[in-house]
Design a protein around this ligand. Sequence first.
Ligand SMILES: *Cc1c(COP(=O)(O)O)cnc(C)c1O
Length: 394
Amino acid sequence: MDFLKRRLAEYLAAGRYRRLQPVVERLDGRLVLADSDDRPLLDFSSNDYLALSQHPQLIKASREALERYGVGVGAARLMSGDLALFHQLEREVADFKGCPAALLFGSGYMANVGMIPALVGRGDVVFTDRLDHASIYDGCRLAGARLLRFRHNDLEHLESLLNKERGTGRGLVVVESLYSMDGDIAPLAELVELKNRHSCLLMVDEAHATGLYGEQGGGLIQAAGLEGEVEVVMGTFGKALGSYGAYVAGSQTLRDYLINRARSFIYSTGLPPAVVGASLAAVKLVRSSPDLRQQLAEKAAYFKECLRAAGLPGTAGPSHIVPVMVGSGTIALSLAEECCRQGLFATAIRPPTVPEGTARVRFSVTIHHQKADLAEAARLLMDACRTLAISASF
Ligand SMILES: *Cc1c(COP(=O)(O)O)cnc(C)c1O
């Protein structure tokens, strides 16, 4: 097993070493790490954007489902593990996303690695945005289809690949609607036009947009008025919806097909009832609470103002995800460590998660944060940059 040690030493030297940091307590946007001497840190690394993971309505619904159905369902859904509660959530999600049908998956990762190989295979071609999530790339690898990556949000590059490489098999274009590491948005209307012109299917991963955009929080497809134009819509309950698990929404035929073909659906135990109960409450709550989305947008704008006022150069991105760019992976890591010493928890994002030379510390604003927290965070971040003589921008 010596090669494992050698590899780990290489990761350490290259600033790519990953380690776990156990959290012993989480409260109101702060967390206490096992090794932070009980000192609460302001948490800017969470995807719990709407603070729903702690919401009393979700906790109550989760508890009710737990007490009614037990801890687990004891089987895959195609065996005896198919609770009516799952179908209730699927109908709610279909409405929420403006699609005829939806199917639950164990997680977003499982949805992507199960669904993509069900849709395409040898002889087909997948066009992905370079910044697509790892689970999308893993799904493509399992599919065995030809994979062509276009430059991030670059429609001209995508079009030139479509012109040259579309081929005669099935074509699938896969994008995210809101990119998790850059906080920017895909040009969805143009993508719909392009995929139609080249007879491709379009799959949109709304992991970071679900709950946050559109009149009912359905996501960026809803906000752009493109419901019904995207064949495969995917999202997770693990981010703004505060729970766990994921869904694919689309036509009834897509749902029936995935039940028959998506291996991560077929060969895995159904989600725990407590989780499904919480997700159902989350979707209902989000649909009827535009104020939550409004609050998040205001707090995100305020945080960017604070950064500018503190002297950090930057152009405001459109979302609550604010990457502070520093260049190399080792610098990102030392900045994140210094922030942590100052009382601020944000994650260093390094290659291979992002392209070489674009390492960053990612700040995500949630509605856990109070205005004073946001101003404090900007100040602590600038202090950390000064201490380390790092020039950063956002
Ligand atoms: C987080 C994420 C996933 C995975 O979802 P999980 O439910 O956490 O497994 C998939 N795609 C994107 C774009 C994500 O950000």
